[in-house]
Design a protein around this ligand. Structure first.
Ligand code: ZNH
Length: 145
């Protein structure tokens, strides 16, 4: 259900993504914009303000981990649900992350990409990402049912 053009939009964006810097920015935005998401990261230490969040080494490492997983999912774009089955189960059963937050993370990710790519993040490119993110969110939410 992917066209060659949509796949090309996703992979061309991904070629410009820096998993460390952009993952860090996306996770920082999640924690600042939706502060209740901080509760899942109580082991990360001080997240009390924007400066603490952006300077937190664990936040930085985790942002990279999450975007690296997104990159791997892109490698399995035709079978994301199966590919992320274990990750979905661990988020449901061990981490107890409310799946609404997957959607929020993909939204901040789009904002980070748009900011980084500027006019090359065209409406068509965004449309491909909105579709990919819907697949990603559905796959990560699958283990909850
Ligand atoms: Zn998550 C973890 C991915 C979202 C929370 N994550 C994780 C990991 C990964 C991920 C890969 C690791 C695992 C292992 O190691 O086994 N995530 C991911 C993705 C996404 C996500 C891809 C989307 C897109 N998460 C999320 C959210 C949240 C979370 C939204 C909340 C809010 N995670 C989490 C936690 C953890 C994880 C808490 C654990 C951490 C530590 O370190 O402890």
């Amino acid at each position: 259900h992917w066209t060659a053009e949509e796949k090309a939009f996703i992979t061309s964006t991904w070629a410009k993504v820096n998993v460390e810097a952009d993952g860090h920015e996306a996770l920082c935005r999640l924690l600042v914009v939706y502060p209740w998401t901080q509760r899942y990261f109580s082991s990360f230490g001080n997240l009390s303000n924007v400066t603490a969040i952006s300077g937190n080494a664990k936040v930085k490492a985790h942002g990279k981990k999450v975007l690296t997983a997104v990159g791997s999912a892109i490698q399995h774009i035709d079978d994301v649900k199966h590919y992320l089955a274990d990750l979905s189960k661990s988020h449901a059963q061990e981490l107890h992350v409310d799946p609404e937050n997957f959607k929020r993370l993909t939204e901040v990710m789009v904002i980070v990409f748009a900011g980084k790519l500027g006019s090359s993040f065209t409406p068509q490119v965004q449309a491909a990402w909105e579709k990919f993110n819907a697949v990603l969110v559905a796959a990560l939410s699958h283990g909850y049912f």
